[in-house]
Design a protein around this ligand. Structure first.
Ligand SMILES: Nc1ncnc2c1ncn2[C@@H]1O[C@H](COP(=O)(O)OP(=O)(O)OP(=O)(O)O)[C@@H](O)[C@H]1O
Ligand SMILES: [Mg+2]
Length: 245
């Protein structure tokens, strides 16, 4: 469904991504696992049209994908929840969820249905009630994260990219987000799930790619490697130290 081929991105001396090639299939949860600084968020920003790669190609549905702007990626059905919680603190929760959905000349969601649409998006995974009319900036961090997730979900994306979104969430919220991910994948969407947490990988993933130092070390079906093998591929030094404990 979506493929990156030979993608490289440098920031001055730093090679954030180096000749990265991954094929993502529809209807799967594809985890990208890597340590801090391995290039995960750079990949996410490239797949959102925010960062342009120095080299390489992206294809969607087998055809070269030439969009260059975040709006172009969104039009093609890709939605991203970034690692940093991007919220408009002074706008309501409803406004934040529908942010960017309204066109320049037409309201996609009629005024009378805005609250209802926002509430329905949140209900798909939020465990606790989140008030719709308060300033989004007044919410605790976990609730803000769920609002940002709802903003992506309300677009009914074909490709949903989640960059380390579970950090602020408690166990119950995290499980319900995972539940929604499974549901979306079952319905045919592609979920790209970015994490450095091994415990999240096993139960959730259909496919796993490992990034290290900007390189794709491998892509394989979940269950092929043990957690120890994944750790050894992701962080050989850490795996080595742990083996002596
Ligand atoms: N805008 C930038 N300018 C300079 N260097 C950058 C920039 N963005 C990323 N880098 C560097 O590129 C490398 C990859 O960064 P990236 O954010 O993609 O890693 P990551 O895997 O998402 O890490 P983390 O787990 O900490 O989120 C790092 O060395 C980082 O310092
Ligand atoms: Mg990152």
């Amino acid at each position: 469904m979506l493929a990156i081929d030979g993608i490289s991105k440098r920031y001055g001396e730093t090679v954030a991504l180096s000749d990265a090639t991954i094929t993502f299939r529809e209807g799967t949860i594809h985890t990208v696992l890597g340590e801090n600084g391995s290039g995960k968020s750079t990949l996410v920003k490239i797949l959102s049209g925010i960062v342009q790669p120095d080299e390489g190609r992206i294809s969607l549905d087998g055809a070269a994908f030439r969009e260059r702007t975040p709006a172009g990626y969104q039009r093609a059905g890709l939605a991203t929840v970034f690692q940093e919680i991007l919220i408009a603190p002074d706008r309501s929760v409803t406004d934040n969820i529908l942010l960017g959905l309204d066109g320049l000349f037409s309201r996609v969601v009629p005024r009378g249905r805005r609250r209802e649409t926002a509430a329905a998006a949140l209900r798909r995974f939020a465990v606790s009630d989140i008030p719709l009319d308060v300033r989004a900036g007044s919410l605790p961090l976990a609730a803000q994260q769920l609002v940002v997730l709802a903003r992506a979900v309300v677009r009914q994306p074909r490709v949903l990219i989640l960059d380390e979104v579970t950090g602020a969430l408690d166990f119950a919220d995290r499980e319900s987000v995972f539940g929604l991910m499974r549901e979306l994948a079952k319905a045919g969407s592609l979920l790209i799930f970015i994490t450095h947490r091994m415990d999240e990988v096993k139960s959730l993933s259909d496919r796993i790619s490992i990034l290290r130092g900007g390189k794709v070390i491998k892509t394989e079906d979940a269950g092929v490697s043990t957690s120890e093998q994944l750790l050894a591929a992701m962080a050989p030094q850490m795996a080595e130290e742990l083996s002596h404990v």
